[in-house]
Design a binder for this molecule. Sequence first.
Ligand SMILES: [Zn+2]
Length: 129
Amino acid sequence: MPEYRIPKDDVIRAAISRVFQTRHEVPSQRALKRLVEREVRGSENFRVGGARVRRLVIDSGLVGVEIHARESEEKKGLTRCPVCGERVKKLKNMTVFGGTVTLGFKCPRCGYWSGLRRRIPTRYVFRRR
Ligand SMILES: [Zn+2]
């Protein structure tokens, strides 16, 4: 069985910034994960989770993320962003009766948004800012 090590956040952050020194754009999370693993790897095999890389990339502020998504049938409230984990804001509208109605949700950090029918992310494109 091959052995894999899990690198620390700082090591992944450094690898991310090296990846984007030579590239303007990475077309998918899978591609980004491979590039980061290649940068981190020395004599040992490192494995990083795709979602972890995505979150660290968004946290870095160096890279913008374009989110492709499909709409699901599921109608459920949302509190945390499925892309970056930040608390989402409710998008509200006034009703004629003087109350408000929730139209959807938006993440203030990465730009993910959803209507009441949940938008499920299907692909990410990462671009250097
Ligand atoms: Zn987000």
